[in-house]
Design a protein around this ligand. Structure first.
Ligand code: HEM
Length: 409
């Protein structure tokens, strides 16, 4: 249907041609229909993205330059994009355009130029905005100024002195895990290594963070909150997709909490545990320092180090960051060792020849085992538990001599 000015134009044309049948009326050409205008805009945008966009100089498959959707679907919905990266790097090099405004970098470029500390006069690459509602910033999503303060506060939890204190807690759960595995072996039962590794690492991180284990090993079953946390990881990933289409997200979120910005039950559950621990004060119930101790501590000049809401937002992040990642790496370690008997033999020989009793095995003594350290490093290389380092947003900066405009990620 023609729009209002088109109707006027056509009416004038008809009136004039009735009165002056021989008149030349080529001065009025009705505008193209709406669909043609849309098609022209789309074509113009495609041309701009492929040839004239600031990221046009970055090599990559044309489909990724034209639309962000293929990458988003493969990465955040189907979780398969990481499998394509070796081939893409082979073909296009260490800097690849994977969306109209999105590039993927090899670590060799990304670590020094994006993730590491920038010069005093250079703006930082900030993290992508959150995909869920939060009252304060959690450590992993905080912008640089807040992050620096939080990091300073929590870094004491990872000092050598703190690690020495934490070792006894870790040992306790490793002993329990070995007991459970032994029972399975004696009964000739198959076991789900991924489940047991997660049971163990969540128990450890629960204890180290809040002095409260999930007790999965003790109860011989995975705590329900852990199952929920796994569900929340998938949801978080899918929400990264919807975050790029806020209008569609708003509409779809009317039908499902999966899609909106409402916090997942796993996050609220972990926050409840953190809230209960906070009430017990700095020293906590176990007579030793846990991560909460350090988060609750005042700074040297008596200021609050982390706000209560920041602690509540950070606790679920720490629980997840320290457990599922480690469990995935350990599961991969068992998988690859069982498929490479020669490596398994060499590793067991190294361990057995280095210690005369289990008691001698410690954080400190293990670092001297060359083959063990090499095995762990190799696992992290071939099976990185975090397949993607969270993206950063450009403040407007040059990477490999190419200008990456503000907002590009
Ligand atoms: C194989 C094991 C692990 C892997 C692969 C891993 C991987 C990662 C990655 C990729 C990030 C995001 C970095 C970024 O955005 O720049 C991260 C952050 C973090 N991880 Fe780990 N992690 C592991 C183990 C742990 C453990 C055992 C803990 C705690 C006990 C931990 C605590 C954290 C924390 C607190 C952060 C946020 C740091 C910050 O933003 O300052 N991670 N980790």
């Amino acid at each position: 249907m023609p729009s209002f000015p088109d109707v006027l134009g056509l009416a004038m044309q008809q009136t004039i041609s009735k009165s002056y049948p021989d008149a030349e009326l080529s001065w009025y050409n009705p505008p193209p229909p709406f669909s043609l205008k849309v098609a022209a805009c789309v074509v113009a945008q495609i041309v701009h993205r492929i040839w004239f966009h600031p990221l046009a100089k970055v090599p990559g498959p044309v489909k990724y330059s034209v639309s962000y959707l293929p990458f988003l679907l493969q990465n955040y919905y189907r979780g398969v994009f990481f499998r394509k990266t070796p081939d893409l790097i082979q073909k296009y090099g260490p800097m690849i355009r994977v969306g109209p405004n999105h590039i993927m970098l090899d670590g060799e470029i990304a670590w020094p130029q994006v993730f590491s500390r920038r010069k005093a006069n250079e703006a930082e690459f900030e993290k992508l905005p959150l995909t869920f509602a939060a009252k304060a910033c959690s450590l992993i999503f905080a912008p640089h100024d807040i992050h620096r303060r939080q990091r300073r506060q929590l870094s004491h939890a990872f000092s050598d002195a703190s690690l020495a204190q934490q070792e006894a807690v870790v040992q306790e759960y490793i002993d329990l895990l070995l007991d459970r595995l032994q029972t399975h072996a004696e009964n000739g039962e198959f076991l789900d290594a991924v489940k047991w590794m997660n049971a163990c690492t969540f128990d450890i991180i629960g204890d180290l963070t809040l002095s409260e284990s999930f007790s999965s090993l003790e109860n011989n079953t995975v705590h329900p909150l852990i199952t929920l946390i796994f569900d929340s990881i998938e949801q978080f990933s899918r929400r990264r997709l919807y975050a790029n289409y806020p209008r569609i997200r708003t509409i779809l979120s009317c039908f499902s909490d999966e899609i909106g910005v409402k916090q997942h039950a796993a996050r609220s559950g972990s926050k409840e545990r953190a809230r209960a621990r906070m009430k017990l004060g700095e020293e906590g119930p176990a007579g030793r320092k846990d991560f909460m101790t350090y988060m609750l501590r005042k700074t040297r000049d008596g200021q609050i180090g982390m706000e209560a809401e920041e602690i509540l937002e950070s606790s679920p992040t720490i629980i997840l960051a320290g457990s599922e990642t480690t469990a995935s790496a350990l599961s991969a370690l068992w998988f690859y060792l069982s498929n490479h008997p020669e490596a398994y033999k060499r590793l067991t020989e190294e361990i057995r020849s280095s210690f005369s009793s289990e008691k001698e095995i410690s954080f400190q003594t293990c670092t001297h085992l060359e083959y063990l350290v090499a095995t762990v490093n190799e696992i992290l290389r071939i099976f990185p538990p975090a397949a993607e380092t969270p993206a950063r947003v450009s403040p407007g900066a040059f990477i490999e001599g190419i200008y990456i405009p503000p907002g590009a990620s």
